[in-house]
Ligand binder design. Structure first.
Ligand SMILES: [Zn+2]
Length: 400
């Protein structure tokens, strides 16, 4: 069924809202803090990438956080193509008013309220009864709606919350005026089957849920962030909360580039759409790595150095004949110029000959055999064989 949302208007069933929290959840991880001008650069690049909602920070957390949310609202928030700019707030008056103040200049704004709903968090952390949590939820959403038409409410630790209580508090949040309800796997505990159960429970039991957007926000403590996000989509979530390179608290969040490319590559299983310009993905990943000083690991999906690199001989031979043999998406579709055939000890004759051709050498079969044998000897000694090594090796061969 389609839905009418204050920030997005009529949304059809297929449309997925991409909520990026690189600048809030991502920035909260140790060593990943960014200064004001770095945050604005990231916010501009995220806007050009096509995110729908950009969580700029947690306004009350510090004067610096307030200033950066405000600065993003006053810069990116004025553009014709601005995403919805969001600030996080706990479920209290001071927090909500501070978020509203920081966001004031944004043409499109969202106040994002969070309160914990699991027994453990309510008892130990908040020292509130379940009824008090419902009351604070209602009061803070009511206040937020006086400052923004677009209000998100998050049930922190939702995946470890009692399912019946979760239904009660979500129903109260919707009645109070929340337009997006987020059910985070805050501690990265859930398995995909748990996500399906949790969302189905809400979808089937909570009155009014058909009028709001259900959202998902998953941490990677068990490496399950992306899998859980996709499971949530299948069970009714239509907003996904993500970060570039999967940065975030502890083991990080579900990565934007992996979710977007999973949806794009597996349209047969996940027939959903979004506004992300996938050819910008690598650029965003590299910009974030440059700003934070943390590279992604070489085997990182989509944006890692090896994501489209082939060294094994059988694979290189296949890719040279037809890239689809070993590539489920093209490197160009996510911003790489091309795939790379890395020459190493696992490489075969076909890739070696291809490399010689691109370096401008055409040599006879006998010479090729000799050069290939010498290349294998060299590759046993060196992890990666560079173009210069090949040139030296062939020039030797030609001289002999
Ligand atoms: Zn989080």
């Amino acid at each position: 069924m389609s839905i009418n949302h204050p920030s997005f208007g009529m949304l059809d069933d297929r449309r997925i809202i991409i909520f990026d929290t690189t600048l809030r959840d991502g920035e909260q991880s140790p060593g990943f803090s960014m200064n004001l001008s770095e945050k604005i650069r990231m916010a501009e690049a995220l806007t050009e990438l096509g995110v729908d909602v950009l969580e700029a920070g947690f306004a009350i957390a510090s004067p610096g956080d307030f200033e950066s949310v405000k600065a993003i609202a006053e810069s990116v928030g004025q553009r014709a193509d601005t995403p919805v700019i969001a600030s996080l707030a706990r479920a209290g008056q001071m927090d909500v008013l501070r978020a509203a103040e920081a966001l004031k200049a944004a043409k499109r704004r969202r106040i994002h309220i969070v309160i914990a709903t699991s027994d453990l968090h309510m008892k130990v952390k908040l020292r509130l009864t379940p009824d008090e949590v419902i009351q604070q939820t209602v009061d803070s959403i009511t206040l937020a709606r006086q400052h923004a038409d677009d209000v998100e409410w998050s049930a922190e630790d939702a995946t470890r919350s009692d399912p019946d209580f979760l239904c009660r508090v979500v129903e109260a949040a919707i009645r109070a005026g929340a337009t997006t309800i987020n059910l985070p796997d805050t501690v990265g505990y859930a398995l995909p089957a748990d996500m399906e159960r949790m969302y189905s429970n809400i979808v089937n039991r909570v009155p009014g849920v058909e009028k709001i957007i259900l959202s998902t926000h998953n941490h990677n403590d068990l490496g399950m962030g992306v899998a859980n996000t996709l499971a949530a989509i299948q069970a009714g979530a239509r907003q996904v909360e993500t970060t570039i390179n999967g940065i975030g608290e502890r083991a990080g969040n579900a990565s934007l580039e992996e979710i977007v490319m999973a949806i794009r590559t597996r349209q047969d299983a996940i027939p959903r759409s979004n506004n992300i310009k996938t050819t910008h993905l690598l650029r965003l990943s590299k910009l974030l790595a440059t700003i934070t000083g943390f590279d992604v690991q070489p085997n990182k999906a989509i944006v890692g150095r090896n994501a489209f690199a082939h060294e094994a001989g059988i694979h290189q031979d296949g890719v040279l004949k037809d890239a689809a043999t070993y590539e489920i998406m093209t490197p160009e579709s996510v911003g790489w110029k091309t795939n790379s055939l890395v020459l190493g000890k696992h490489s075969g004759r076909a890739a070696f000959r291809d490399k010689l051709n691109t370096l401008g050498y055409t040599i006879g079969d006998n010479q090729l055999n000799d050069a290939f044998r010498r290349f294998k000897e060299l590759a046993d000694r060196k992890k990666v064989v560079f173009d210069d090594d090949i040139v030296a090796l062939v020039d030797d061969e030609v001289m002999l």
